[in-house]
Design a protein around this ligand. Structure first.
Ligand code: ATP
Ligand code: MG
Length: 286
């Protein structure tokens, strides 16, 4: 039987939907999203294993799964022999220290001798050690944010994205320990046939990520302004320029990054561009 790349994905949680969406955009259609432990893809040699997020690093180290989609925070916390192959941009969050709002926080010395609740004991103890602080770590597996209110802890170390959970529990974020996003991880010793499937998948993932971060732009401009417009629009190689039916005008096509998008549009308008169209890119192979 031909080999399959075994991909671990969180069974149900924050990462599940985006992970399956990414695989789908890579052309991998999975029959059964999360109802069972395993699912095969119809058109690509992969098998999906639906697992608990916190168990995944061990499974990848043991080779039960070859690769996984996982929050970087879990990779750092679990200290397993696995490697990050690619950062994939979603589930951005940070692991932070938070204390009750009323605390007059003046620095990490506050934590000395305190009780701190967390689901990330290794990352927390690294932080405490780096700051030469002795504190009591109270490990709990979920709902860490309620610990100070029920008298279980003086502070917490937990994941934050918007901060609204902290806010509604009367806490404030005072230190960022690490920043995280979803990433693709792999075991350290993949068999060559498995590595080959992974390389093929990575090629697709990079094309999907590039397409998410870029837009196709086309616009009309008078010919004498073309040099100014080219200076603003580098394009993948260089912009495409085609004559319009109207004498003295051209249509210019290029690709621009999502991040500097609005600044570029403003510059193009200032260079005399008209009829600017911006379109999503389905896939982008660089
Ligand atoms: P499991 O129950 O599967 O063992 P879990 O309960 O830790 O894991 P989730 O709460 O679904 O799982 O979080 C999964 C991942 O999503 C986290 O490890 C982190 O990378 C990311 N994440 C967690 N909290 C946030 C947040 N507030 N904003 C954005 N991403 C987050
Ligand atoms: Mg959970």
């Amino acid at each position: 039987m031909p080999q399959k790349l075994k991909i671990a994905v969180q069974k149900s949680g924050r990462l599940t939907e985006e992970s399956l969406k990414l695989l789908k955009e890579c052309g991998i259609s999975i029959e059964n999203g999360g109802d069972q432990l395993k699912a095969a893809a119809r058109n690509f040699p992969v098998e999906i294993l639906y697992l608990r997020n916190s168990d995944i690093p061990q499974y990848v180290e043991d080779g039960v799964a070859d690769i996984a989609i996982l929050g970087e925070n879990v990779v750092i916390e679990k200290r397993k022999n696995i490697k990050v192959v690619e950062r994939i941009g979603f589930s951005k969050c940070r692991l932070s220290m938070a204390v009750p709002k009323a605390v007059n926080y003046e620095g990490p010395a506050f934590f000395s001798g305190k009780k701190i609740a967390t689901s990330y004991p290794n990352s927390l103890s690294d932080f405490l050690r780096a700051n030469n602080i002795e504190a009591e770590i109270h490990e709990i597996s979920g709902s860490v944010e309620i610990a100070p209110n029920i008298g279980l802890a003086d502070a917490i170390c937990d994941l934050v994205s918007t901060g609204s959970t902290l806010f509604s529990n009367g806490l404030k974020e005072v230190e960022i320990i690490l920043k995280s996003e979803a990433c693709l991880v792999s075991g350290k010793n993949l068999a060559p046939e498995i590595q080959e499937i992974l390389d093929n998948l990575l090629f697709r993932i990079r094309a999907v990520l590039a397409s998410r971060n870029n837009r196709y732009i086309l616009l009309n401009a008078p010919n004498e302004r073309i040099p100014d417009i080219i200076a603003v629009l580098p394009g993948m190689k260089s912009p495409t320029i085609m004559p319009l039916g109207e004498e003295g005008w051209s249509s210019i096509h290029s690709v621009i990054g999502e991040t500097d998008f609005w600044a570029i549009i403003d510059q193009l308008k200032a260079c005399g561009a008209q009829g600017i169209l911006v379109m999503p890119i389905e896939k982008m192979v660089i």
